[in-house]
Ligand binder design. Sequence first.
Ligand code: NAP
Length: 429
Amino acid sequence: MASVQTPLEVVLVLHFLTNYTARHNHTVTNFQQSHLSPRRSKVLLTGPTKSPDISRHLCLPPGVTPVSAELRRDRGTPALQQICHTPQLKKLDHSLLMSPNQRLKTLTNHLQTPKMKLLYPTSLHIDTKSLEGFSVELHPYDVTQPIPESLIDAEFLVTWSNKASNLRDAASRMKNLRWIQSLAAGPNDVLAAGFDASRVSITTGSGLHDETVAEHTLGLLLNAARRFYEMRDYQSRGEWPGHLGGAQPDRAPGTFRTLKGANVTIWGFGNIAKCLAPVLTALGANVTGVARSTGVRNGFEVVAEDRLQDVLPKTDALVMILPGSASTNGALNAQRLALLPKHAWIVNVGRGTSVDEDALLEALEKGSIGGAALDVFSAEPLPKESKLYAAPNLILSPHAAGGRPREAEALIAYNLRRILAGQELKNII
Ligand SMILES: NC(=O)c1ccc[n+]([C@@H]2O[C@H](COP(=O)([O-])OP(=O)(O)OC[C@H]3O[C@@H](n4cnc5c(N)ncnc54)[C@H](OP(=O)(O)O)[C@@H]3O)[C@@H](O)[C@H]2O)c1
């Protein structure tokens, strides 16, 4: 029974009513050979038959397996009904009793059974060649427009930088939708669009942005430590920032001037952090992670939030890479900010909502922290009237860390294969 519960890419139901004879072999074999893909298809034999072992007579293409014989007489079982209602079912029913012409017509009709559709966005280049070979139709769509009527019955949707109006429209009109693959690591846009969570699985693009965000974060940390932002301020005023050049104390206590020997805490120790941490270590930093579960990950100690009171007072740079969710809302609040040393910097490349921006502004203005480099904000673009623009020691980066998913095709193909096989998806929310 287990094999039946696995959704099949192509299912051929041969309904042998009575008197199966070898003369039907020709039709059946032809149909199979032209329409069943080796290793992907299974043949389901159903209905009462006088032949004790029909599958023996069928010349199945290599790799095509007949579903177990116990189902043969069992058309009414829930498992069988489930199969009969799978949208990808190709059904050859009673056709063995038809005249050759009728048979041909039936087979042609079956050939025209629509395949499932996967819609991919034109907002980035997708190498569709690497998505070929699945029994799905691939269709491009414009993420700024409503989904065209001809594609509204699609089962699978890949999203990237979609307009909110496009996603809302898709949520209300795509009634067959079963799976959304977002290419964003934090698909807050898809989550906010109102898709029916009981019907639609959502998977994130976590893993596609590791290198780009890690690189950007390293840049922000070095900017903070080596004070490039301050040099640029002097330059734009036509002044020489003499205090930043020449002989300098090395690793003076109570400063964040280098990664060598610095304690860097990464709050949100997922895929991006695992890419960033070894780079920081290579430059001499001591890295500690904070996440929901504790333990050693990729060789780095990861503690839970209940240890923040021990970790934050020793932190020289706090890197926030938390997702935007109810549980991370305002995670870095006034109390936790107060635990940081006066020279500590905060770098946020996760989601703006994880930082209490009012409390951060106050800390910057009071000089109770060293500075902040923010790539993400609770409202983006940051409104013109925000006081953060003029806050001291604030480096503003306009959500520029990621934005370039890499090797998206491999993730789409991986999850497409899994959903067609009824297996659990990667990065599922
Ligand atoms: N700035 C950009 O351009 C940009 C680009 C890409 C991604 N991002 C953001 O970065 C976030 C992380 O991406 P990722 O790929 O590294 O994600 P990930 O692999 O899913 O990692 C998320 C990490 O956050 C931790 N976490 C989640 N909720 C938490 C909570 N309530 N308290 C403490 N820790 C919590 C998780 O802990 P456990 O491991 O214990 O579950 C995990 O370590 C994304 O969600 C996205 O918002 C930003």
